[in-house]
Design a protein around this ligand. Structure first.
Ligand SMILES: *[C@@H]1O[C@H](CO)[C@@H](O)[C@H](O)[C@H]1NC(C)=O
Ligand SMILES: *[C@@H]1O[C@H](CO)[C@@H](O)[C@H](O)[C@H]1NC(C)=O
Ligand SMILES: *[C@@H]1O[C@H](CO)[C@@H](O)[C@H](O)[C@H]1NC(C)=O
Ligand SMILES: *[C@@H]1O[C@H](CO)[C@@H](O)[C@H](O)[C@H]1NC(C)=O
Ligand SMILES: *[C@@H]1O[C@H](CO)[C@@H](O)[C@H](O)[C@H]1NC(C)=O
Length: 198
């Protein structure tokens, strides 16, 4: 299969304005969250990455992650990643997932994603599992303990870092588009909170 490889940031890269955890003060908020952010240009939200209505993904050329946000409280998430297995190195699991919904910036500096439950999709390819390759629903409310936007002086672009509640750092992402590329910010399948079909 493919090597586990994410975009590496050049060690020499210098970053300005590093943000302390939970610090949302003006000096550290150098730009709005709004936009499409990606670890590399092959993976982007919106477009054809996922079609939740017919349970299909269009696989990007390389692995990566992408998030979009609007200033009105909506998000979209697209991930295509490999995880290796320390016990069994030949069991490299690939997963591709997509979800969208609303996000909230919490008082303690964290961010919570609240997906529209019926729209998220995931496909897992595990060469060592009995059943693999199915595309199923995915609804993962997610807490990022810390996030920040800095200026990457090497790339001359904004860089976003999301850090999960368990301390794991997500791959860094750069601003790709603003306004963001997103599928419609509403329920696309199933029924919404007022019980109406999409
Ligand atoms: C960050 O700045 C943007 C643009 O000025 C503003 O819309 C947004 O509310 C700010 N966010 C925070 C958390 O201060
Ligand atoms: C799902 O729908 C899209 C858009 O109509 C189409 O391009 C794609 O081929 C469909 N995929 C499957 C697996 O049906
Ligand atoms: C790693 O591989 C072992 C043996 O195939 C399996 O039992 C285990 O569930 C795998 N772990 C993960 C995290 O996939
Ligand atoms: C920060 O706030 C969120 C939302 O209220 C909460 O879920 C999370 O546990 C809090 N984190 C810490 C470290 O208190
Ligand atoms: C539910 O969907 C209907 C039809 O698309 C829409 O008019 C309504 O505003 C939606 N309600 C909520 C709470 O999203």
């Amino acid at each position: 299969m493919f090597p586990v490889k994410f975009l590496l940031v050049a060690a020499a890269a210098l970053f300005q304005g590093a943000r302390a955890q939970g610090d949302l003060s003006d000096t550290n908020n150098i730009t709005s969250l709004q936009g499409t952010w990606s670890s590399n240009s092959h993976v982007e939200t919106g477009g054809t990455f996922c079609n939740p209505a017919n349970y299909s993904f269009t696989y990007p050329a390389t692995t990566g992650i992408s998030y979009s946000f609007t200033d009105t409280g909506f998000f979209e998430e697209a991930q295509y990643r490999f995880t290796s297995n320390a016990t069994n190195p030949t069991c490299i699991t690939a997963y591709i997932l997509w979800q969208h919904g609303k996000y909230q910036l919490n008082d303690n500096g964290s961010m919570t994603l609240y997906p529209f439950p019926s729209d998220g999709r995931i496909q897992v390819q595990d060469p060592c599992a009995a059943v693999t390759n199915l595309i199923t629903e995915y609804n993962q409310q997610t807490l990022y303990a810390d996030w920040g936007i800095t200026m990457d002086s090497t790339r001359k672009n904004y860089k976003m870092q999301l850090n999960r509640f368990d301390g794991a750092k997500m791959p860094p992402m750069w601003l790709m588009a603003n306004p963001p590329n997103m599928l419609p910010t509403q329920y696309l399948t199933g029924v919404n909170a007022s019980g109406q079909a999409a």
